[in-house]
Design a protein. Structure first.
Length: 522
C-alpha cells in the first residue's frame, strides 16, 4: 500500500486508513487501561474482605489460646509469626502504591485512562540496565518474605510452602522470545501505572490469601488432632455401680475423649452434698482427679459442673455420677448351721447386715433386740424356747430385702461350786483346816462363752456327825469354824446349797450349783 506511484486520491485513502487504525488502537488501549483499573478495584475489595477474615480469625485464636493455652498457645505463636511477616510485605507494597497514586491529581484517582505512564516505577526501580537501591530493596522485601515464611512453616504445610516458593520467586523469567529477563524488569519495567498498581494489589492478595489458607489449616490441624480417635477411650456407662446376680444389666459402651490439653477453667463439685475443696480436685492428663477417700459403706454421689471458657463465655458441663463403697472383708464368714443359739440372762452381741446395703439402710427387730452402732445389736431373750429376728433393707434399685432367722433360747449352764478358786474336777479338794477357815466359796461357769461374774450370797456347811450350818455370805462364819474344829484329820466336809447371783443381773435365777467336798489334811 506504500509502494509504487499512487494517485493523490489513493494517498488520501491510505492516510485515512492509517488514522483509522491508530484510532482503533488508541480506543483499545483505553479499554485495556480501564479493565486494569476495574480489576484493581475488585482485588482491593477482596483484599479488604480477606483482611477482615484474617483479623477475626486471629482474635478468635487469641481467645482460644487464653482459654486453653496448652492446646492453642503453640498455634497462636506460629500464627503471630506468619501475621508479622505478612504484614511487613503488605505494608511495604501499600506504601509504594501510595507514592504511585501521589503522582496523580486527586480527581484522576479513578480515571484509569490517564494512568498510562510507566514513569514512576521505571524511575524508582531502574537506572539503565541496572537496578537502583529502591529496586533492590523491592526484591529484598519479597525474598525476605519468602525465606521467613518458609522458615516459619518448616515441614508442616508442604502445599502452602510450594505456593510461596513458586509465587514469590524472583528468579529470571523466560519471555516469549525465549530470552532470560530479570524478574523485576519482566514484571514492572515499561508497564502503565494502572497495570503496575494492579499487579502490586494482586501481590498483596497473594500474601493475604496465603495467610488465610495457612491460618485455616493450622486451626483445622489442631482441631483434627484434638478430635482424633487417638484421643478417645472407652467408658462403661450404667445406671448404678453394682448389680445383683440375675438382675438385668443396663450398661453400654461409650466413647470418652481424654485430651491432656483440654482442661476446665474451674471445677465446682460436691460429694454427697458437701463442696469439694481445691485440694480435693487435681486436673491432670485430661481428667479431673478426685483426691478423696471412698468414705463409709454405701452409695455416694458426685454432682456439680466443669466450667470451660468458650469465646469469652463460661460453658458448664454438668456432672452427675455415683459410686458405691462396700465394707472391706477382713475375715471369712463361717457359721455352724445348728448353733443359732442365744442365752437367757446375758447380753448376746449380734452382727446383722445385708450384703450390698449400707448399715444405715438396714433395720432389724425381735423381742429383746436393741440396736447398737452400725451393724451391731444386743439380744436379751425373754421367755420361750425360740426367738425370730427379722432383718429388712432396701437395695439401690428400690427393691426390698426381708429375711427372718430363728434362734434357740438356752438357759445359762449349771455353775460349779469352788473353794479358793478350785472346783476339784469331780473329786475332793485337799486343804488344811486353817486354809478352809479363811477361804472364799465361789461358783464358776466352765467352758461357757460369756465371761460372767457370779457372786455367792450363801451356802450350807456340813461336817459328818454334826448339825448342818447355814451361812450367809461366801466365807465360814464362827459357828461353821467351831464345827470345823471338831472334825478329824482326813475327814471330808461338804459345802452345798450354794446360792449365787449374776453381777449386774440379780433377777436371773441360776440353776442349782454343784456342791464341793474338802478333805482335811491336818
Amino acid at each position: 500500500m506504500a509502494s509504487g506511484k499512487l494517485s493523490p486520491r489513493q494517498k488520501m485513502i491510505n492516510l485515512m486508513y492509517l488514522v483509522f487504525i491508530a484510532m482503533l488502537a488508541l480506543n483499545m488501549s483505553k479499554e485495556v487501561l480501564s479493565a486494569f483499573g476495574l480489576l484493581d478495584k475488585k482485588i482491593t475489595q477482596v483484599n479488604a474482605d480477606t483482611t477482615q477474615r484474617n483479623d477475626s480469625f486471629m482474635a478468635s485464636l487469641a481467645t482460644k489460646a487464653a482459654e486453653q493455652p496448652e492446646q492453642y498457645a503453640p498455634v497462636k505463636a506460629k500464627a503471630d509469626r506468619v501475621s508479622e511477616v505478612s504484614q511487613v510485605l503488605d505494608t511495604y507494597i501499600e506504601n509504594i502504591k501510595g507514592m504511585m497514586m501521589g503522582t496523580l491529581k486527586p480527581e484522576d484517582a479513578e480515571d484509569y485512562e490517564v494512568q498510562d505512564k510507566p514513569d514512576f516505577l521505571d524511575q524508582r526501580f531502574f537506572k539503565g540496565d541496572k537496578l537502583k537501591p529502591e529496586g533492590q530493596e523491592f526484591l529484598d522485601q519479597i525474598n525476605t518474605y519468602r525465606t521467613e515464611m518458609l522458615a516459619a512453616l518448616g515441614d508442616s504445610y508442604p502445599d502452602i510452602s510450594g505456593s510461596i516458593e513458586n509465587g514469590f520467586s524472583t528468579e529470571p523469567v523466560t519471555n516469549r522470545d525465549g530470552k532470560k529477563v530479570d524478574w523485576l524488569n519482566y514484571n514492572f519495567e515499561g508497564f502503565p501505572l494502572v497495570a503496575s498498581k494492579t499487579k502490586l494489589t494482586s501481590l498483596q492478595n497473594d500474601v493475604k490469601v496465603i495467610k488465610n489458607e495457612l491460618l485455616s489449616k493450622m486451626l483445622a490441624g489442631q482441631q483434627a488432632t484434638a478430635l482424633s480417635f487417638t484421643q478417645y477411650n472407652t467408658l462403661l456407662e450404667q445406671s448404678k455401680s453394682a448389680f445383683y446376680a440375675g438382675e438385668a444389666f443396663d450398661g453400654g459402651i461409650v466413647l470418652g475423649r481424654k485430651d491432656p490439653n483440654t482442661k476446665p477453667n474451674r471445677v465446682e463439685l460436691t460429694l454427697d452434698g458437701r463442696p469439694l475443696s481445691a485440694e480435693q480436685t487435681t486436673i491432670e492428663n485430661g481428667k479431673v482427679k478426685l483426691n478423696i477417700s471412698a468414705g463409709a459403706a454405701g452409695d455416694h454421689k458426685i454432682e456439680g459442673n466443669l466450667i470451660f471458657l468458650q469465646e469469652g463465655k463460661e460453658v458448664e458441663i454438668p456432672v452427675n455420677v455415683s459410686f458405691a463403697t462396700i465394707t472391706k472383708p477382713n475375715s471369712a464368714v463361717i457359721s455352724a448351721d445348728k448353733m443359732n443359739v442365744v442365752y437367757r440372762g446375758v447380753d448376746n452381741p449380734m452382727t446383722i447386715s445385708i450384703p450390698g446395703i449400707p448399715d444405715n439402710k438396714v433395720s432389724a427387730s425381735a423381742a429383746g433386740l436393741t440396736k447398737g452402732t452400725g451393724s451391731k445389736y444386743i439380744m436379751k431373750p425373754g421367755q420361750g424356747r425360740t426367738v425370730s429376728i427379722n432383718a429388712r433393707g432396701t437395695l439401690p434399685d428400690g427393691a426390698a430385702v426381708n429375711t427372718t432367722t430363728e434362734f434357740r433360747i438356752k438357759d445359762i449352764p449349771r455353775p460349779i461350786g469352788s473353794i479358793r478358786g478350785e472346783t476339784g474336777d469331780g473329786s475332793c479338794v485337799r486343804m488344811q483346816r486353817q486354809g478352809l477357815e479363811i477361804a472364799s466359796v465361789g461358783a464358776a461357769l466352765e467352758d461357757f462363752d460369756f465371761d460372767l461374774n457370779l457372786n455367792v450370797t450363801g451356802f450350807s456347811f456340813k461336817v459328818s456327825g454334826q448339825p448342818t450350818v447355814v451361812i450367809s455370805g461366801n466365807k465360814l462364819n464362827s459357828q461353821a469354824k467351831g464345827t470345823l474344829n471338831r472334825a478329824k484329820r482326813g475327814e471330808t466336809v461338804q459345802i452345798f446349797d450354794i446360792n449365787a447371783t449374776i453381777s449386774g443381773n440379780s433377777g436371773y435365777k441360776l440353776k442349782k450349783i454343784s456342791p464341793i467336798c474338802i478333805e482335811l489334811t491336818n
